[in-house]
Design a protein around this ligand. Sequence first.
Ligand code: VGL
Ligand code: ZN
Length: 202
Amino acid sequence: MKNSALFPLNLRPHSGDALLLIDVQNDFLPGGSLAVPSGDEIIPILNRYIEAFSKASLPVYASRDWHPPDHRSFRAQGGIWPPHCIAGSRGAEFSPKLDLPANAVIISKATNLNADAYSDFDEPDLEQSLHQNGISRLFIGGLATDYCVLYTVRDALSHGFEVHLLLDGIRAINVKPGDGQRAIEEMTSLGAHPIHFEDIAA
Ligand code: VGL
Ligand code: ZN
């Protein structure tokens, strides 16, 4: 609100915009194997963004962490995480409460055993599809602020996209206290615009 009042950024979604929802999957939600604290709180808000983009006939992208059972990021393989988002498992499914449209573009990432990939842009299909659809502005939310959201926003900015970060639609893991806040500060200092739903609905 504050931002759009001071600087007349045109935040009403229009052609060239896309919504990118990162890893809203059961394993990252309460009850899941790598639950992000309060991760479920963002779902009703993300559903409002989805509705706004769908009404404007704008594309909705949804990424999912989609690991092999012995992915290198898992503790048994020397990584730092409990097993999570194993391709095809129930934990890897999108939350049933997320109202993904039938034509959402699904990006599966970190599918390779030996590479960790926190950024959606590690999956080349994403950038190709964004270019095909003429997208220049990305509205990015999802999980988790301090991992996949941070890495994806860094890459989106370095690939030349204008980024609007959905502050009301992200939550952090906070392995170290403050990780989420530091991630938000880094993303905004790199040029991402922090917004809330009221900013696009005004
Ligand atoms: C993520 C930790 C491990 C994420 C993925 O989606 O932010 N975090 N794998
Ligand atoms: Zn993962």
